[in-house]
Design a protein around this ligand. Structure first.
Ligand code: PLP
Length: 390
């Protein structure tokens, strides 16, 4: 299947081999364990990820189908599906870091990841240095003998900064460091970080991969089999495994990923362009606009610019609150990547733990509103947004 384009591969997902015929879609194997005839085969199955299915926490045929599908889409060797995106991040960071290790992470990170890294620092004696996502010189300068990992996000939340993956991953490789890239916002339809030198790719499958706001899930995808096997042993111990039904819902969502991403991106373009011309709006943050600091890099790295945008209301936090409560098509809700358009104010929700100075460092103003653009008709979305702005 390697010659097929991602839009075709998402439709034709990996299936278990069954003699004679097979179901068109992947069944849900809703079982916690598997029966063996031979005790030796059962014993062997416990020790490796590529043996027979043995126990639900290790993996399961439905979960394996999702793992193979996303590994294939990203161009990786193998994947581990987890119960959430944070489960995948924890599995990778705890699986690869030891007390005393040093981690280099980009400055603007998803809030949950930033909190997790702070916890690693406080509880496990891991140290961290934050560098800009597009500055390989700063990465090189931050390296110490005990540095192990570089942690990046393809597109940041909510300001849409794009990481310079080719330069940052090349620097990491030169220095013998493992680079981990959270590709949740881009999906493998817009960017495949392994093609730019990444070693591990993370997804919150809760977002675009499942796409219908009905699943919490995650994946860690590995460029090489050796790292996969090492982290797999840890994942089994950590117990961050994916549930078969959640994996099935994600597989079902994945089949329309290509179509959905096209619409998320084209809707975001229309809203970003019109918001930028609106008198109540002082700035729009979407990497597809020439005014965005990542515009040039995004044009080289991404096949489109994503479905999340943020904008600043000149009149501040209260104006943002009034705007959000005046909407009727777009919903005031957390998360992103589903078919519905969702809005929220980062300063009072996802980034509320940040001080005023930290918010300013991230470029987030009191009146910044994030729109996770859905797949509704773009003119219905704009009608809703423009009446709420008025
Ligand atoms: N990575 C990014 C970029 C996210 O936006 C999120 C959640 O919003 C996560 C990871 C965590 O995913 P989950 O909520 O599925 O644990």
């Amino acid at each position: 299947m390697t010659h097929l384009r991602p839009e075709t591969r998402t439709v034709h997902l990996p299936q278990p081999s069954v003699e004679g015929s097979r179901p068109i879609t992947m069944p849900i194997y809703q079982t916690s364990g598997f029966v063996f005839d031979d005790p030796a085969v059962m014993g062997d199955a416990f020790s490796r990820p590529d043996g027979p299915f043995v126990y639900g926490r290790y993996t399961n045929p439905t979960v394996r189908s999702l793992e193979q599908a996303v590994a294939g889409l990203e161009g990786g060797a193998a994947a581990i599906a987890t119960g959430s995106g944070m489960g995948a991040i924890n599995t990778v960071l705890l699986g690869l870091l030891r007390p005393g290790d040093h981690l280099i992470a980009q400055k603007a990170l998803y809030g949950g990841t930033a909190a997790m890294i702070n916890d690693l620092v406080a509880r496990f004696g891991v140290t961290v240095t934050h560098v800009p996502e597009d500055d390989p010189g700063a990465l090189r300068a931050a390296v110490r003998p005990e540095t192990r990992l570089v942690y990046l996000e393809t597109i940041t939340n909510p300001m849409g900064q794009v990481a310079d993956l080719p330069a940052m991953c090349a620097a990491a490789r030169e220095l013998g460091l493992t680079s981990v890239v959270d590709n949740t916002f881009a999906t493998p339809l817009l960017c495949r970080p392994f093609e730019h030198g990444a070693d591990i790719v993370i997804h919150s499958a809760t977002k675009y991969l499942s796409g219908h706001t009905d699943v919490v899930g995650g994946l860690a995808v590995f460029a090489d089999d050796a790292t996969y096997k090492k982290v797999w042993h840890y994942a089994v111990e950590l117990g961050a495994s994916a549930d078969p039904f959640a994996a099935w819902l994600t597989l079902r969502g994945l089949q329309t990923l290509g179509l959905r991403m096209e619409r998320h991106c084209s809707n975001a373009r229309l809203l970003a362009t019109r918001l930028a011309e609106h008198p109540a709006v002082s700035a729009v943050h979407w990497p597809g606009l020439p005014s965005h600091p990542s515009y040039e890099l995004a044009g080289k790295l991404l096949s489109d610019f994503g479905g999340v945008l943020a904008f600043d209301l000149a009149a501040g936090r209260e104006a943002g609150e009034r705007f959000m409560s005046s909407l009727s098509v777009a919903l005031l809700a957390p998360s992103l990547g589903g078919v519905e358009t969702l809005v929220m104010q980062p300063a009072t929700t996802s980034h509320r733990a940040l001080s005023a100075a930290e918010l300013a460092r991230h470029g987030i103003a009191e009146g910044t509103v994030r729109i996770a653009v859905g797949i509704e008709h773009p003119e219905d979305l704009w009608a809703d947004i423009s009446q709420a702005l008025t």
